[in-house]
Design a protein around this ligand. Sequence first.
Ligand SMILES: *Cc1c(COP(=O)(O)O)cnc(C)c1O
Length: 412
Amino acid sequence: MPDANHFVADSHDSPKPNENAPYTHFETNAIRTQTPRSAQKEHAVPIFATSSFIFDDAEEARALFASEKEGNIYSRYSNPNNDEFIQKLCLLEGTEDGMAMASGMAAMFLSIASFVRSGDHILACRSLFGSTHQILTQILPRWGITHTYADWDDLENWENYITPQTKMIFVESPSNPGLDLLDLEKLGKLAKKHNLLLNVDNCFATPYLQNPAKWGADIITHSATKFIDGQGRVLGGAILGRKDLIQEVRYMARHTGPAMSPFHGWVLSKSLETLAVRMEKHCQNALEIATFLEQHPQTEWVKYPFLPSHPQYELAKKQMRLGGGLLTFELKGGQTRAVRFLDALKMISLTPNLGDTRSIITHPATTTHSKLSDQEQQKVSITKGLVRLSVGLEHVEDIKADLTQAIAASEE
Ligand SMILES: *Cc1c(COP(=O)(O)O)cnc(C)c1O
């Protein structure tokens, strides 16, 4: 039963569960909250591979469509697998409600589009996932929705960028791939003061490491494709927040159709059961690799939120439980060395995903962020030689061995 002292000892313990949370601890809520058993008495939840649901009679159909009664109608609106996934995620993030989306980008888009109208303005951190950047700079302007980018190291001036048209603040922390942080408590207060919606893409941290709702975020968005699935199998996304806000999202989703597949909902609900143990190990391996690389004579620098050398180490300790599964570093010899190093790796995968059991490496300057100008890259902390490593769950000595041999092989 709930242990009353649990939330007192450590501010990075589980989010305070909303009143629906049946258990006190993160792991138990992730594992023991399930769709009610069917007549088959299954232990694991079945996949509800059905596009629609049966009405008992015409009157029930009428009542469901009139929202006088709760229940499933059609899988574009709701499905038991997606609902189980999202309800668990709400317990883990400490939010009232949520909606599953077909992908992280569907979540990013709808979490903005549900709340802005032509003429509105969005204040966003410049360090954003590439497709979110496209939505703000290329897609929303088609409908007269504008934005201002602010920099992570200029937070004290963000208030000056708010206009009477501003409706939302959109941020990522830690950022991809810069691993710069934003003080979520300060942002929560700023949003509240100006009556703006604070929308936080919490993909890098996952609800196990950071709960933006605790600091005042109104909307929390996820790409479930990354650490939430954690095994590189499916695409998925989520929008979480207060009931009244999710009501807007649900309306938009119902009529525009970015619904998650029930199979993906099933996979992702299972994935949440192991999120805590996976994140513990990702973070343990990442800290060990970061420390190892920092001591290596061939590295120029290493960046990881829980390394004391990270410029925002104190903030990381304040708002994150552990440092996350991603780190960046640069070898001596800049871009040409980085490319030789990537080509020399034997085990670590060269693929654009992250948050997988397998360690993954990328060179953002020539791939995901190649469309940014040199000056723009600099502003989001991308150097020409920067490589981004998503540290997997292989044995840490095997990851080190592959890095070591590739560092040696890439020396001139
Ligand atoms: C991957 C990612 C997304 C997009 O998610 P998809 O599931 O690929 O659509 C959004 N934000 C961040 C921070 C990401 O890493």
